[in-house]
Every structure is written in C-alpha cells, then in structure tokens.
Design a protein around this ligand. Structure first.
Ligand SMILES: NC(=O)c1ccc[n+]([C@@H]2O[C@H](COP(=O)([O-])OP(=O)(O)OC[C@H]3O[C@@H](n4cnc5c(N)ncnc54)[C@H](OP(=O)(O)O)[C@@H]3O)[C@@H](O)[C@H]2O)c1
Length: 289
C-alpha cells in the first residue's frame, strides 16, 4: 500500500511517520514540498505519487491567530483538503483527514456523536467544519477523524506549556469550566495506523464517513494540569482553577466538547486508551526524548 502523508512535522504527523512504516510504503511531505496554501502544489504531489491512501495531518492549528487570518485558515483547513478529496476521488484512493471537537459549540451536556449538528464558534472551528464539508462533497472514500486536545512531548501544546510554566512560576491559573478529552498524539497515531491496516486488508468493504477518535474519559484543563503535576511529581507549584471569563482569548472555545467514540470502535475496532493512561505513557517516554 502506498501512503502519502501531509504534515510530517506536526504532533500527529511525526508519530505517523514512524508508525505507518509497518503498513506500507510511506512518502512524507512537508511545507517545503507542498505548502497547503498552494493548491496546485497539493494537486501535483498527489498526482505524482498516485497513492492508495492520503493522510492529511497538516492544518492551520493556531486557534487564536486564526481569528486574524480567516482566509489563510480557510485555504489550509478547507480548500486544500477539498483538493485532496477531489484528487483521491479521481484516483479511487482513500483520504484520511483530521478534524476537531471545535466544530461544536459546546452546548451539549453529553458526548457528541458524529451525527450531531455542528455549530463552530471560532474561525478555526469554521475552517475545519468547511474542510469536512469540502471532503464530503468531493469524495466517497474518506475518513474524517474528529479528535480533541492533542498533546505530545514535542511541539506547541498544553502539556509542554504547563511544564514550562511550572519551572518559572510558583502559581498557575488554569481554566476549569471547559470540559474535553486530552488525546496523546501517539495514541491517535496508533489508532490511525490500525484503521489504515483495515483499509489495506479489504479496501472495498470499509465504512467511510466521520469518526470521533479521542482518548477515553473527560476532564477540564485544570483537571488535566493537576494530573500532569501528579504524574510528574510536581508538588511545589500551586494551581488555581479559574473561569474562561478570567482568561480571555481571541477565539471562543466550546465549554463542553467530549466526543463519543462508539462508531470508530464498531466500524474499525479502534479504542484509544483512557486519557490518564495515555498521559502516563507520554510522560514515561518524555524521559527518553
Ligand atoms: N492540536 C490539537 O489540540 C488538535 C485538536 C483537535 C484536532 N486537531 C487536528 O489534528 C490535526 C493534527 O494536529 P497537530 O496538533 O498534530 O498539528 P500541529 O502539531 O500544529 O502540526 C501542524 C502541521 O501542519 C503543517 N502545516 C501548517 N501549515 C502548513 C502549510 N501552509 N503547508 C504545509 N504544512 C503546513 C505544519 O508544518 P510546519 O511544521 O512546517 O509548520 C505541521 O506539520 C490537525 O488537522 C488539527 O486541526 C488538533
């Protein structure tokens, strides 16, 4: 199976670079080969590679900055995936693309299933929702994996920010009224590889569509920070729970964005670990990175 991966340097993409090798021949492209704001470059690389599966782990992920750059966010998160979908459709290839819990407004009080109405309340969320729509319109063989609160030992994420701040400050203020599910990038990468393996086994019988794929359980950013500190043995820094209104950001986040993962488990047998177990694994690996 020939796999073409966009976003090789990202949190999810860099894990996929390592994990996908067990499934097929992988061509990994970064910004230098195909900048996603250059739609012709995206088209050319897919045409040249003629893959069986395209995996798009690249995205405009600066949630707050997107409020100032809506056109660029739309180009990268909606138009480019749309081109990927057109190209894979023309080649009868699969497209695997990541979307986000931020397509929801957060008004639900129970985990969101894939068929629930989306209503993003930020530019980033709208651009990702438009990406979903562009793919659905152009292709049949697609998997849109909606995930949430990604962290890893590399890159820009909550885990790294909190651990850095803990070295600089005696007290942290962390939002305690947004509930979601922290998802370790390597758990998501492993889940994606399991799906690709299923596609490789029997391409014609696999279910296409939107699938939620996050770790299990739920917490707030405050709860996440407390668990990080507990597992990392940090006892001399105090964490104060605060409300979203005490920590204003450019982009509005959903207050509740837990995703129900039942559909992916039924269709592909993929079940990611509980978020606490994944965090433990991530921190254990951190010692060796
Ligand atoms: N992070 C989260 O909390 C979160 C939550 C839910 C869903 N998601 C979704 O999950 C997916 C993976 O996210 P992630 O956290 O792994 O992202 P990330 O770590 O921010 O990495 C983004 C990747 O996209 C690439 N990229 C950005 N702009 C590009 C451009 N114009 N042309 C080519 N490549 C470009 C980056 O390349 P450079 O290194 O060259 O910049 C990088 O490889 C994305 O679809 C994201 O929307 C993320």
């Amino acid at each position: 199976m020939r796999i073409l991966l966009f976003g090789k340097t990202g949190q999810v993409g860099s894990g996929l670079v390592k994990d996908l090798r067990s499934v097929g021949t992988v061509r990994c492209v970064g910004r230098e080969t195909a900048d996603l704001s250059d739609l012709a470059a995206v088209e050319n690389v897919i045409r040249d590679e003629h893959p069986d599966v395209v995996i798009n782990a690249a995205a405009y992920t600066h949630v707050d900055q997107a409020e100032k750059e809506p056109q660029l966010a739309d180009l990268i998160n909606a138009k480019a995936p749309g081109v990927m979908a057109e190209m894979t459709h023309a080649m009868n290839a699969w497209l695997i693309h990541y979307s986000t819990d931020y397509v929801f407004d957060g008004d639900s009080t129970e985990p969101y299933t894939e068929d629930m109405t989306i209503s993003p309340n930020s530019v980033y969320g709208r651009s990702k929702a438009a990406g979903e729509e562009a793919i659905r319109r152009a292709a049949d063989r697609y998997l849109i994996l909606r995930t949430s609160w990604i962290y890893s030992n590399h890159g820009r994420n909550f885990l790294n920010t909190v651990l850095r701040l803990a070295k600089q400050q005696q007290e942290l203020r962390i939002v305690n009224d947004q509930t979601g599910t922290p998802t370790y990038s390597r758990a998501l990468s492993a889940g994606t590889v399991a799906i690709v393996r299923k596609l490789a086994e029997g391409q014609d019988n696999q279910e296409a569509g939107i699938f939620n794929l996050t770790c299990r359980g739920a917490t707030t950013w405050y709860g996440f920070a407390r668990e990080i500190f507990r597992l990392a043995g940090i006892e001399d820094v105090h964490i104060n729970p605060i409300t979203t209104s005490e920590f204003p950001t450019l982009a509005k986040r959903p207050s509740y964005s837990v995703l129900d993962n039942t559909k992916a488990e039924k269709a592909y047998g993929v079940r990611l670990p509980d978020w606490r177990d994944s965090l433990k694994e991530c921190l254990a690996r951190r010692a060796f990175t």
